[in-house]
Design a protein around this ligand. Structure first.
Ligand code: NAP
Ligand code: MG
Length: 400
């Protein structure tokens, strides 16, 4: 066939270990034969981050900002153990995802890949639930302390102009614990914008939940900013798309989510998102089937798998073993990026290719051909056969 043309490149961020191996296989077997692929390539593998003093991560993030679409392979975040494993490392480089998120000012959305033969624990969930977790502030940038005697704590703010604001937190009659937390207007607004942008791109309803009946000022501010952004910038677009935005209390949202059929985006404050994203991931089945997309308030999207570099499989691969590592989330990172590129550039063939590749991948699983991590998750009575990664990708290519 004649290869599908691209006009604007997308940013390709290569990574580490087993996912780097899968990355090459996915391109070779599923993308390059069909798409005249245009990418700006950045090697975010640990050794190249080290060789460039991590400049490559910054360059890749800036390229994503410029080109609007990126796809990223999982990468090693070095810790003490990795410093021993790679003695050439000159520094314990920071998490690439953290660096990219700081540059794009983005929010990460996590969504499970769902299919009929692997039912979520909650039986009525038919479509994925996507979690958007605010990634700044609250408890994660709080200070806390313990005190030993009766006394009074106050909350004090001193403005640069000299203005002062003081509140009594509590007078206690014995030992106590205290916490001071904050969030920033600009960060909440960027979070809200990313959520509205992504909901519009996905054509799915957006929920936002907090506890403004109790934290009237703090959570009230989150609720107000979301409402303000919706009314001034997104309402018309949402109405055109036939999707809705709604705010509800966090406890009501939890109850509604469990009773829902799925298929919506759920925006959550930092702590709520931390908790709920693990609950949703576990309920839908497997980390290997969880995708992630970082969305900047300006609409730049960076797609990736939620899982890491699958180190254990990589060491078996290095010994010459064939591994059964699940490439689904990495494939869906590529299809997400190709679909977005196609949409932004008005290339329906490119978006259509992304959709066909997703359909072929799902069909392969529905035909009972899957990597071994999924075998214990399938519905009773469903006949499935475990294959290695290469065989799985070939089976997808045959259906594609
Ligand atoms: P991991 O790579 O997600 O793997 C943990 C285990 O989960 C694997 O050993 C494997 O279990 C299973 N697993 C995960 N993905 C799988 C897949 N696609 N197919 C089959 N099984 C899969 O987490 P980790 O071992 O904690 O982290 C390894 C490295 O990844 C670390 O250096 C960390 O810094 C990095 N990391 C990067 C990102 C990112 O770039 N976004 C995210 C998380 C972690 P079995 O071994 O039992 O088969
Ligand atoms: Mg968590």
């Amino acid at each position: 066939m004649e290869k599908i043309k691209m006009t604007t490149p997308l940013v390709e961020m290569d990574g580490d270990e087993m996912t780097r191996i899968l990355w090459g296989m996915i391109k070779e077997k599923l993308i390059l034969p069909y798409v005249d692929l245009k990418t700006e390539y950045y090697d975010l593998g640990l050794l190249n981050r080290n060789a460039t003093k991590d400049q490559v991560t910054v360059d890749a993030a800036n390229a994503a900002k410029r080109l609007g679409v990126a796809v990223k392979c999982a990468t090693i975040t070095p810790n003490r153990q990795r410093m021993e494993e790679y003695p050439e490392l000159t520094e314990m480089w920071k998490s690439p995802n953290g660096t990219i998120r700081a540059i794009l000012d983005g929010t990460a959305f996590r969504a499970p890949i769902v299919l009929p033969c692997i039912r979520p624990v909650v039986k009525n969930w038919e479509r994925p639930i996507t979690i958007a977790r605010h990634a700044y502030g609250d408890m994660y940038k709080a200070v806390d302390m313990a005190t030993e005697e009766p006394g009074t704590a106050t909350l004090a703010f001193r403005g640069e102009s000299g203005v002062e604001k003081t509140l009594c937190v509590q007078t206690v009659d014995g030992p106590a614990v205290w916490q001071g937390q904050h969030n920033k207007e600009a960060s909440i607004r960027a979070f809200a914008r990313s959520c509205f942008q992504y909901a519009a791109a996905q054509k799915q309803d957006l929920w936002f939940s907090a506890k403004d009946t109790i934290a009237k000022v703090y959570d009230g501010e989150f609720k107000r900013i979301f409402e303000e952004e919706y009314e001034t910038s997104y309402k018309a677009e949402f109405e055109n798309l036939g999707i809705t935005y709604f705010y509800t209390l966090i406890d009501d949202a939890v109850a509604r989510a469990v009773r829902s059929r799925g298929g919506f985006i759920w925006a959550l404050k930092n702590y709520d998102g931390d908790v709920m994203s693990d609950m949703i991931a576990a309920a839908f089945g497997s980390l290997a089937m969880m995708t992630s997309v970082l969305v900047s308030p300006g609409g730049t999207m960076e797609f990736e798998a939620s899982h890491g570099t699958v180190t254990r499989h990589y060491y078996r691969y290095l010994k010459g073993e064939k591994t059964s590592t699940n490439p689904m989330a990495t494939i869906f990172a590529w299809t997400g990026a190709l679909k977005r590129r196609g949409e932004l550039d008005g290339l329906p063939e490119l978006s259509g290719f992304g959709e066909r590749l997703e359909a072929a991948s799902l069909k392969t699983l529905e035909d009972g051909v899957m990597t071994k991590d999924l075998l214990p998750l399938v519905e009773p009575g469903f006949r499935a056969r475990g294959v290695d990664s290469g065989e799985f990708l070939d089976a997808i290519a045959a259906r594609l």
